[in-house]
Design a protein around this ligand. Sequence first.
Ligand code: PAZ
Length: 397
Amino acid sequence: MPSSLPDSSAEEESNYFNNYPPPKALKNHEALTRAFIERHVESNRRVVLVTSGGTTVPLENQTVRFVDNFSAGTRGATSAEYFLEAGYAVIFLHRQFSLLPYSRHYSHSTNCFLDFMDERPSPSDHGPIVVRSEYQDEMREVLRKYRYAKQNNLLLLLPFTTVTEYLFELRALANLMRPLGANALFYLAAAVSDFFIPRDRMAEHKIQSSEVPVIDGDVYTGLHEDEPHSGSKKLVVDLDPVPKFLHRLVYGWAPEKSMIVSFKLETDPSILVYKARTSLQRYSHHLVIGNLLSTRKWEVVFVTPDPPGERWIRVPKSKRSKSISGVEDQVGLAESKPLVDSGDEVTQLQLGDTRAASGGVGGAAQARKGIEIESIIIPELVKMHSEMIEKANRPRS
Ligand code: PAZ
């Protein structure tokens, strides 16, 4: 690892951040994080920053429209639960209104909380609202875990919306995490936009789709080509690449000796491992977890600098959850050496963890729904992090 950053990267950082006002919530988030970290430094607890969900790219300063992506925050919210199970305190930096640890079991349209409830019959027609009997055990378990995390201040929820807010938050949180040293882990699962509109090219007001009388010669109508005959305007959006700040995180913002894990998402199986490896080489952090959009719930690849370099983690066929968007036929396609699929034998990483095998958080009910791949990923990361901490604490000979 180079010990310092090239000047150009510091310049890129100040060019970017000086161009935007800090997010309104940042000061409050910093205060909450400072207190959270102080508490956990004192008890020598490991702290993981989990980033989760997609970022928006506003098209207007007073934002009506924005570019977004598919991420619902499932990976981040699920992983946070398994980190808590493993004894970590979790800073959950998430896209506002995306899935949250624990409440994810009862939110959004697929798991609408109302479907879990019932009204107990009563002569007064005002019977108490109760959890339906078939969900009692599952919900009790989730509720207990949620309350334990809350009561013991183990989970800090911090929302963001835009890509700029995300970057401001990431920088501030990483700096605040410095006292944690090797006990800090970064788990960057958010789907951060690669493109954005720089502030100096962004429209102030809602971009108009039809002609508006020009008042004081000052109405912005977006970047558009010649007006078609319909009277509606064509909008051409011109996006710049978002500066890559992972190297700033690795060499500047994050605590020395902390562990940094990033994710790489692709749709083309033939480039996934290559892209993950390139990212690892470029930023010299510790691990890139590669996943395909179509198989992300059932397989991921760990790409590390040390041998074996590429290690696949798969949920056995019989234990895979059903996924509407997933394509099971694509499992194995991104692996450099061809996969011999023999049913349950495909799990290259054995399910050594009994909690994982029984479905982890959510227990028996979760096992019925299939194993969550995060129940295999997180224990593996915890092992890697333990080794790094042990190495960091070893006296120099
Ligand atoms: O939020 P989700 O569970 O639907 O998806 C998770 C994911 C695919 C966004 C995540 O695993 C990931 O790969 N994040 C990084 C994406 C990237 O910037 O390449």
